[in-house]
Design a protein around this ligand. Sequence first.
Ligand SMILES: NC(=O)c1ccc[n+]([C@@H]2O[C@H](COP(=O)([O-])OP(=O)(O)OC[C@H]3O[C@@H](n4cnc5c(N)ncnc54)[C@H](OP(=O)(O)O)[C@@H]3O)[C@@H](O)[C@H]2O)c1
Length: 314
Amino acid sequence: MKAILFDHYGAPTVLACREVAEPVCGSAQFLVRVHAAGVNPKDCLVRKGKFRWFTGRRFPLGVGHDFAGTIEAVGPQVHDFQAGDAVYGMTNGWHGRTYAEFLVAQPSETALKPASLGFAEAAAVPLAAMTALQALRDIGGVAPGQRVCINGSSGGVGTFAVQIAVILGAHVTAVCSGRNADLVRRLGAHQIIDYTRDDIRSLPEPVDVFFDVFGNGVFPEIRSRLKPCGRFISTVPGLPILKWGLLSRLSPGPRAHLVIVKSRAADLQTLSGWIAGGRLHPVVDREYPLAEAAQAHAYIETKRARGKVVLTVG
Ligand SMILES: NC(=O)c1ccc[n+]([C@@H]2O[C@H](COP(=O)([O-])OP(=O)(O)OC[C@H]3O[C@@H](n4cnc5c(N)ncnc54)[C@H](OP(=O)(O)O)[C@@H]3O)[C@@H](O)[C@H]2O)c1
């Protein structure tokens, strides 16, 4: 089968399309023929070696966590899925493998693909939408009537975060550049802050949750724009958010958190329900064929994607 691999950490050009053996599924797994793979900034960070503590130095390494495809074969201990099912999901862990014609997946990371979505749209959903769901619902505890601000609202995670905050009943202020204001308004945002003209600290009213999707927010600066029990949630791991998280627990008032997305079948099913009900839609900016994974990474690294980037396979 064809798969994207790399032999050393580096620029997008390290990605190469190779012929490799098909993976073999274990008894509690299934083999998926991949039709599309979502591209995420995490894939670029892994390729650059930013997580080499976890990904190590045993090359070649594979890439990608999001997938949508058709089940080819199931292990004897798999009862909830069968060959022929159209599925989508996200693989957990640091080692990617979805930029390939086949992959082995687990039931705990997979759900049936929403019938209303094509494979490319479905592959755009898992990692980004679960990040938004887990940040807003599980960490933020967003409830009807609350005010939520989403910084970086026009990218992969942000386009889902705006819609999910609206579904959870929040009043949504979205931060994006002016060129994306109409897109984000169409997704349901009630108010827009154009960060190229206005300061994100100029939020007119304090918010319950400030979801810093883009990751350039500074908690000590945003703190005064949060309600007393407010939550600042960042997607970007690093010393600042860890320090803010710790310090914010030592005194009353708003708290800072880091979201680390985990793939869960139950969360995929929640998203599928909203998609089936017409309440949640993936925004796909660009599709590239598998062999152009390097170009897809280069585009993601411009930090200008509007919604998601997807690789189509086969
Ligand atoms: N911790 C986790 O589990 C987790 C999970 C998923 C993602 N992440 C991280 O979350 C971040 C966002 O991911 P993503 O998939 O949404 O990325 P993305 O799709 O590449 O984000 C692109 C968007 O960023 C916006 N942007 C660029 N500069 C900005 C700025 N100064 N202020 C606000 N928005 C700006 C752009 O909008 P404009 O063109 O309008 O500027 C563009 O729409 C990445 O760092 C990623 O690694 C972490």
